[in-house]
Design a protein around this ligand. Structure first.
Ligand code: FMN
Length: 208
């Protein structure tokens, strides 16, 4: 089983999402001793922002018509989308920054959202092509957004990730929550313990 582990927090050793993605990966490896693990640290090694030069794949231009910079951009997109498509399971750390996901994680999504690879347009509308995966996403948040309408209206992290992975056809999509990390720092250990406990339940109900 190919497992792709992705972190995107910029807070290094203090990161809640990094700690929890590591925990999820360990638990999956306890369930399955045949895991082939790949790791992306998007904070250390972010995919470049989309630019005019990275649009070649989207425009369907053939390689011969591209310049060297455009080819280099395409190679980055191709490597990331292939790695995503080959993974059976993904564990993604998605911290909550300024009401949404880190721009590094957005850059990765921009590279893998490719017509003909992860989705396609049909007469009946868009169709996801990456539905054969299980995706676990750790969301870590300073405040608490899940338990009120106002919070849910402000939250563009989980809601956005549901749209993106749904668009690519992923239905086995599971969230692990660490909320209130800044609101109640004295409860940090308890919040992380609760999140860990939810991982065990989740892996029982929705095995990797
Ligand atoms: C740049 C930055 C922006 C943040 N913006 C928000 C925010 O808009 N709302 C919020 O509740 N918490 C916010 N936080 C707090 C983080 O969501 C919280 O620290 C969480 O634990 C981040 O995940 P991490 O520990 O894995 O980095 C922000 C933190 C940083 C570093």
């Amino acid at each position: 089983m190919k497992l792709l582990h992705i972190d995107s927090s910029i807070t290094g050793a203090a990161s809640a999402s990094r700690m929890l993605t590591q925990y999820v990966v360990e638990q999956i490896r306890r369930q399955n001793d045949k895991v082939q693990l790949e790791y992306l640290d998007l904070a250390d090694n972010p995919p470049p922002y989309f630019s005019a030069d990275s649009m070649g794949l989207r425009l369907g231009l053939d390689d011969a018509s591209l310049n060297e910079r455009q080819r280099a951009e395409n190679r980055i997109s191709e490597q990331l989308v292939s790695q995503f498509l080959e993974a059976d399971t993904l564990v993604i750390g998605a911290p909550f920054y300024n009401f949404t996901i880190p721009s590094q994680l957005k850059s990765w999504l921009d590279r893998i959202a490719q017509a003909g690879r992860t989705f396609r347009y049909t007469a009946n509308g868009p169709e996801g092509l990456a539905g054969d995966k299980t995706v676990y996403i750790v969301v870590s948040r300073g405040g608490v957004y899940s338990n009120s309408e106002q919070g849910q209206a402000l939250e563009h992290q989980e809601s956005y990730l549901r749209v993106m992975f749904g668009f690519m056809g992923v239905t086995n999509l599971h969230f692990i929550y660490a909320e209130g990390m800044a609101k109640a720092p004295e409860q940090r250990a308890a919040i992380l313990d609760n999140a860990k406990a939810s991982v065990s339940n989740l892996l029982e109900q929705a095995p990797a």
